[in-house]
Structure formats: C-alpha cells, structure tokens
Design a binder for this molecule. Structure first.
Ligand SMILES: O=C(O)C(=O)Cc1ccccc1
Length: 290
C-alpha cells in the first residue's frame, strides 16, 4: 500500500509513518492539502497527517479538510513525542548566534518561543510547510545565515549541524497524527504502543437553542462514555455557527454509540462519525535516529 504523508523526508509525520508502516511505500507530499488530494485521486491508499499538538492545539487545516473536503474515515491514530532542535548549515555552526532568520513549521516555532525569545531575540521567523522543509531550505541556502527548527532525523537527512538540542518550551510535547483511508488496515493490538480505541464524532447543534451543548454532553455522560477531546470549529456558514468534534474513548459498538447518535438526532443535531479506530503511542526511544 502507498502511504502519503506530510513531507519532505524526515518530518515528524515521516517518523510516525516509519514506525507504524515500516513495510509500506511512503510517499511525501509538500502540504497537507496535497496529501488529501492524492488520497482522493487514488494516488495513495492511506494518508498520514498531523492533527493536534499538546502545546499548540489543533492543526486547523487538517480539521477543516476532514470536515469540509475529505469524506474518508479516520482508521488509526499515532501519538509521537516531539523533540525540537535548532540546526544550521555546518559552514555557519560557529556563528549560529548571528542567525538572521529562523525557518520552521508554525507549530514548531510556537513550541520554541522561549528559546527564540532568549537566545535569538528579535530574529525574524519564517513559516514553512513542515519542519523538514525548513531544514532542506537551510541546507540549500548556506549563504543566508538561516537556522531551522526540526528533528534529529532532518539534521541527518539534510546535513545540518544541531547547535542547540531540545529547545521546545515544555518537555511534555506530543503530536497526534491521524491515518485516513477508504480501506481497512490490519493494525495489530499486540504492539506495546497500542493503547485502545477511539471514536470521533462531529456534531452540529440546532441553531439558537438554549442548553443544546449541555444536552449533547449529557447524552455521553449518562452512558458513562469518557470523552478525551472536545473542540469547536467554525462551520464557515456565518459568524457564530460552529460544530463540535468530540473524541470518545471507546470503539464504535452496537449499543452505546448508536444510542448517542439517535438521542442527538432526536435533539435536531446533525451527527457524523468521522472514524472509529485504534490509537498508538510511541515512546521517546522510537523517535531516536537509528
Ligand atoms: O513539520 C513536521 O515535521 C510535521 O510533521 C508537522 C509537525 C510540526 C510540528 C510539530 C509536530 C508536527
């Protein structure tokens, strides 16, 4: 099977793919929408993209495509620890403090705010489509004194020198990646990294009804269904119109989840199951360069 991912080589998404799908053919795409287009155009069978970071919150472009553009289910989830490093072209490593511009993915720049504020105060930052794209750019442009925030694999892949390790502000830094596909994949429950199942539900509330969100949440609460995430996003139909994305800590079953769906529909909510899938959590050792 071909697995498309947010590339180029050596992004954090790539690390997730290498770990989860070591035997499949991994195909990099420059942007998240490119990855989804390839999935919808049958160029690839699975797509792996970042969904949420513990420090920065959701990757909105992924959520928006999932809801408005891509009618493919989520079939799996991988959470990876994230270590960010500051790297420069080897020719510039001794004078890295003179770096004139820092490149990285917006989430990575935000995750390293304290480092940038303290060690490179006032240095402009430029967003790139991924951390590895930043590393590639810095390697290809040794003349501009640029630095990249990326992972160890990217430093190796693009021949950069890490001059400051672990520059993320908070040590608990994890990102969730989701796998989308029309076809099922034989995920294994025996792996140590397997943690359980989740079901993601998208809910649109009836307009202007007092207490509607309370009623929605109680449909889960009285069934004792544990929620691991609730997030609201604009519906893009007008100011104040939002839908909710709720993660339930269980596999889709024949009783409880269909019961929630019927109860919510009876309240005039629109309900769509975005996927019911196994989730995996990788340890730090999995993210080391081997
Ligand atoms: O840019 C990457 O390497 C990605 O895979 C997206 C991302 C960016 C920042 C933290 C985690 C994932």
């Amino acid at each position: 099977m071909k697995v498309g991912y947010l590339g180029p080589k050596a992004t954090f998404t790539d690390i997730a793919v290498r770990e989860m799908f070591p035997k499949e053919k991994a195909v990099p795409f420059s942007t998240i929408p490119d990855c989804f287009d390839a999935l919808m155009g049958d160029e690839i069978e699975m797509a792996v993209v970042p969904l949420e970071n513990a420090l920065e919150g959701s990757v909105n472009i992924t959520l928006d495509y999932l809801v408005h553009e891509v009618d493919y289910p989520i079939i799996g989830e991988i959470t990876c620890p994230i270590r960010q490093h500051f790297m420069v072209h080897p020719a510039n490593s001794k004078k890295w403090k003179e770096t004139g511009v820092v490149y990285s993915h917006s989430h990575a720049l935000a995750q390293c705010h304290k480092f940038l504020h303290k060690e490179l105060k006032g240095t402009p930052c430029e967003k790139t489509t991924s951390t590895a794209a930043a590393a590639q750019f810095v390697k290809e442009n040794p003349d501009i004194k640029a630095g990249a925030i990326a992972n160890e694999l990217a430093a190796k892949e693009y021949g950069l020198e890490i001059v400051r390790e672990d520059i993320h502000d908070v040590s608990y830094n994890h990102t969730r990646f989701i796998v989308l596909s029309k076809k099922p994949f034989p995920f294994r429950e025996e792996k140590d990294s397997f943690k359980g199942y989740k079901t993601t539900v998208m809910i649109t509330l009836p307009s202007d009804r007092a207490g509607a969100l309370h009623q929605v949440l109680s449909a889960f609460a009285w069934r004792k269904l544990n929620l691991s995430k609730i997030e609201s996003r604009p519906m893009k139909t007008g100011l104040g119109n939002y839908f909710f994305i709720i993660d339930v800590d269980m596999k889709q079953d024949d009783v409880l989840i269909p019961g929630v769906v019927s109860e919510l529909e009876a309240l005039d909510c629109k309900v769509k199951i975005l996927g019911s899938y196994p989730y995996y959590q990788l340890g730090m050792e999995k993210c080391k360069v081997r």
